[in-house]
Design a protein around this ligand. Structure first.
Ligand SMILES: [Zn+2]
Length: 180
């Protein structure tokens, strides 16, 4: 079966940066609904469209087609007492960008530094500003169910499970873009 709109694609992947430093070894395959549902990066869909099981390729995606350029204005220093304890570098919080041009969307902030009574919060996506190199191998293609098409995401193994807590797997970052 060829990859086309409303097929569910299972892809083994390895994600590196442009210098070939491994970012993710893709222990779990990425499973997404193909056809512009923003389940994965558009450049990945473009690369795989019309391909079949067994197709393998390596593509490099520039920041503007991935998670955007790094925006230094999204880095904030907050008093530590405004944040919950215990606090660790790498923890993430959802918050509103205070006073930013009427932007309504909540942002994910990552704690990047803790010093005495101050905390540095970075609102950039962890992969912002990076060119991403994906090694891709298509391992399965199937027709999506009507329900999956209606929900605009994959159900079942590795897909979306209704009523379950997010498992916090970092590998989900580019499978569900934007983060929600
Ligand atoms: Zn659903």
């Amino acid at each position: 079966m060829k990859i086309a709109k409303n097929t569910v694609v299972t892809v083994n992947y390895k994600l590196s940066d442009a210098q070939n430093n491994l970012i993710e070894d893709g222990r779990q395959p990425m499973v997404y609904l193909h056809g512009g549902y923003e389940n994965t990066l558009p450049k990945i869909e473009e690369e795989l469209d019309g391909k079949e099981t067994g197709y393998a390729s390596t593509i490099q995606i520039e920041p503007e087609d991935a998670f955007g350029d790094y925006d230094a204005s999204l880095v904030k220093v907050e008093p530590r007492n405004r944040l919950p304890e215990p606090l660790e570098v790498g923890m993430q919080f959802e918050g509103m960008p205070d006073g930013d041009e009427g932007e309504e969307e909540a942002m994910i902030f990552t704690v990047t530094e803790i010093a005495d009574d101050k905390v540095v919060l970075d609102g950039n996506h962890p992969l912002a500003g990076m060119a991403l190199r994906f090694e891709l191998e298509v391992v399965d293609v199937r027709a999506a169910t009507d329900e999956e098409i209606a929900h605009e995401h994959v159900h079942g193994a590795h897909g979306h499970h209704h009523g379950e807590e997010d498992d916090g797997d970092e590998g989900d970052e580019f499978r569900s873009h934007p983060i929600h």
